[in-house]
Each structure stands twice: as C-alpha cells, then as structure tokens.
Design a protein around this ligand. Structure first.
Ligand code: ADP
Length: 273
C-alpha cells in the first residue's frame, strides 16, 4: 500500500515538473517570436530613412555637389532624414525602457494647465503650417494641480497633439479640455476634427508600429510608436486612456490623472475647493 502511495506522489510530481517545463518553454517561445517581430519592425522602420539619406549623399558625390543650390537642397533633405532616424531611435529607446520596466516615474505635484500651455507654445509653429488652430478650453489663471511624472505627461500631451496635427485636416482645430472626475481624478481630452479612424482599426491603435494608413503616416514622418508610448506611460501611472473616433469626422484621445492631495485646489473665481 505504501508503495502505491509513493508511486502516486511521484507520478504527480513528475507531471507537475513536466507541466512547469512546458509552460517555461511556451513562454520562451512567445518571447522569441516577440523579439524576432520587434527586430523585424525596427530594421524595417530604419531602412526607409537610411536609404533616403544614402540616396542624397550618393547623388551629391555623383556630381550634384557642383551646383550650390542643389547642394544645399540635398544636404537639407539628407539632414531631415537623419533627424527622422534620431526621432525613431529615441522612440525605440523609450519603448524598450517602458516595456522592460526600466523607466522609473518621477512623481511630483505640478500645474497641468501650465504644462498644456507650454506644450501648445512649442507646437504652435507646427500647427500653423497646416493652418490648424490649437485651443485650450480652460481658465489659464486657475491652476489645476496633479500628481504625476511631469516630463512623461508632457510627452503624452505632445504625442497626442502632434498626431492631431498630423492627421488633422488643413485649417482644422485641436482642442484640449480638462474635466474633474469623481475620486480625485481629472480627465484630459485632446479632440480634433481631422480624418478620424475607421472602427475596425481602433482596437489596434496602441500596438507597437501599428499604422492605419501605412504610406500616409510614413509621409507624415512618425515611427508608429507614439501611441504605444502614450499608453505605456499612462498605464505606468495606473491611469486609463480612451479613444473615440468617427471616420471622416474626427478623434478624441483622453486620459485620466490623479489630482494632488497636498495642494488645495483653487476653483475659478479664487475659491478654495
Ligand atoms: P505614427 O507615428 O504613425 O503617428 P502613432 O502610434 O502615434 O504612430 O499612431 C498610430 C496610428 O494611429 C497612426 O499611424 C494613425 O493612422 C492613427 N492615428 C493616431 N492619432 C490619430 C488622430 N488624431 N487622427 C487620426 N488617426 C490617428
């Protein structure tokens, strides 16, 4: 009887060991597929600007260098290509840090109204090129204090506003608004009246390297990583991000943040909340 019991225990242990090993192998296989896919995407993203830069350099070496005007034009284009490469590499670096958990948040209390105002100032020129108006539906004099990583939230806002410009219609508008939510939270919305996104594409928007219109957005010079970075940053804060879009009408990206507990919030008109 003792032998039967021992055998049963042994069999169970062997089975458990095999199951654990199988799981481990499955995990390794998934990681390997993920790594291969990532590397494939990275080289694909880098290839286009690299070939562009090489093309201009080769044309210059081939004789185009002699003409001063042509030389300047080609060097400017090559420089734009390098700029794009730097932009992609920075995004790649960021996504790697976010996905491996190497990016630590520096949480602090700051005025989100001021941060949005600063982001708008930096992006005004970009918007003006498409005659897009940036509007901020808020009383500038009333600070709204939030507790988050300021630099990362600035990046979130920049990425969302840049997208609204890139995929916005000429002479359109981008509007940011802030609304109080229950449980000491605010929701920040970035709304545009641009090209919008078809329903079927919405669930995949936050995936790495995903683009709705492959050729269109490449022309716009993105890395396909912007929204994925945004989602990681918001989730690292334990907050939520939402998207609503109607094809041909416009899109709204919104995310929540926690209000500061330590600083009294002033309501419009100077009353303390
Ligand atoms: P990209 O570098 O291509 O802009 P993102 O990750 O920022 O990459 O966005 C992924 C895709 O989502 C874009 O290629 C575009 O097709 C779509 N998209 C993002 N923001 C908007 C927007 N405001 N309006 C319409 N489409 C958008």
């Amino acid at each position: 009887n003792q032998i039967t019991t021992d055998m049963a225990t042994l069999t169970r242990e062997v089975e458990k060991f095999a199951k654990d090993k199988k799981l481990e192998i499955e995990t390794l296989k998934i990681r390997e597929t993920y790594r291969k896919e990532f590397m494939g995407n990275v080289s694909h993203e880098l290839k286009t600007p690299l070939f562009t830069v090489q093309g201009y350099i080769l044309t210059l070496l081939d004789g185009a260098m002699k003409d001063k005007a042509v030389r300047k034009k080609y060097l400017q284009r090559a420089s734009k290509g390098v700029e794009r490469l730097i932009y992609i590499v920075k995004d790649l670096d960021m996504i790697t840090k976010l996905e491996t958990g190497d990016l630590h948040l520096h949480m602090e209390n700051f005025n989100i109204v001021e941060l949005i105002q600063n982001s708008f100032d930096l992006l005004e020129m970009k918007a003006a090129k498409k005659d897009i108006t940036l509007t901020f539906d808020i009383d500038y004099q009333t600070p709204i204090w939030v507790y988050a990583d300021k630099e990362r939230i600035q990046q979130v806002i920049t990425n969302l506003v840049v997208n609204s410009i890139k995929y916005g219609k000429k002479s359109g508008t981008t509007e940011i608004s802030i609304e109080n939510l229950i449980k000491n939270k605010v929701i920040i919305r970035v709304t545009d009246n641009g090209e919008g996104i078809e329903k079927a594409n919405i669930p995949r928007l936050f995936e790495r390297f995903y683009r709705v219109d492959k050729s269109g957005s490449r022309k716009e010079g993105g890395s396909g990583l912007g929204l994925s970075i945004v989602k990681h940053i918001i989730e690292a804060h334990n907050e939520k991000i939402y998207v609503e879009s109607v094809f041909g009408v416009g899109s709204e990206f919104s995310f929540t943040l926690e209000k500061s507990k330590d600083i009294p919030q002033i309501k419009a008109g100077g009353k303390v909340e």
